[in-house]
Design a protein around this ligand. Structure first.
Ligand code: 4NP
Length: 178
């Protein structure tokens, strides 16, 4: 890991529509970073590989799930633009194998791409075969609650991993470009 210097780590969460999983991941990650007093260490955003919801809000079930847990969300959906995003972001954190394939196809290099749940210690050795954060769009509010729990676990593990990587005081699983 080469996270030299004190520049913030620029993290882009990616899903398909940018209305369910990646905005929820962005909101949870920001919430946990704020709670831990680490806001100056990260720049955070999210996007979708698809364009169906560009300019619109998060899914109302995403909003309801977060608001019920006192996590703020203020979101306008946008699509990945690999031509500019590739240089603007250090790390693209995708939710499932389809997102993984699609960001690579769009031109994001493999070393900048990680599956969200591969940060969880139990899945770390699985790398690209780590379990997905399943798409809840066609599901129920309970599916959104389940996604929320997965994302809380993964966001906390991710913060730990990235900070360890930056400080170089342990064995991070992440390789983030400087
Ligand atoms: P997301 O969920 O990728 O977690 O935002 C979806 C949202 C919308 C669609 C698919 C997945 N869609 O097909 O419109």
């Amino acid at each position: 890991m080469t996270l030299a210097g004190s520049a913030p780590i620029r993290v882009m969460f990616v899903c398909l529509g940018n209305i369910c999983r990646s905005p929820m991941a962005e909101a949870i990650f920001r919430h946990r970073v704020t709670q831990r007093g680490l806001t100056d260490r990260f720049v955070i955003d999210s996007c979708g590989t698809g364009d169906w919801h560009v300019g619109g809000p998060a899914d109302e079930r995403t909003i309801r799930t977060l608001q019920g847990r006192s996590v703020d969300i203020d979101h306008v959906a946008r699509q990945l633009d690999a031509r500019t995003d590739v240089d603007d972001w250090d790390l693209f954190v995708v939710m499932d194998s389809m997102n993984h394939r699609d960001v690579l196809k769009a031109g994001i290099p493999l070393e900048k791409v990680r599956l969200m749940r591969s940060f969880v210690p139990a899945h770390r050795s699985m790398g690209e075969r780590a379990p997905a954060v399943p798409d809840p769009y066609e599901g129920t509010i309970d599916d959104f609650a389940s996604v929320y729990e997965m994302l809380v676990e993964a966001c906390d593990a991710m913060i730990d991993d990235l900070l360890i990587a930056r400080e170089g005081d342990d064995q991070p699983s992440t390789k983030v470009l400087p």
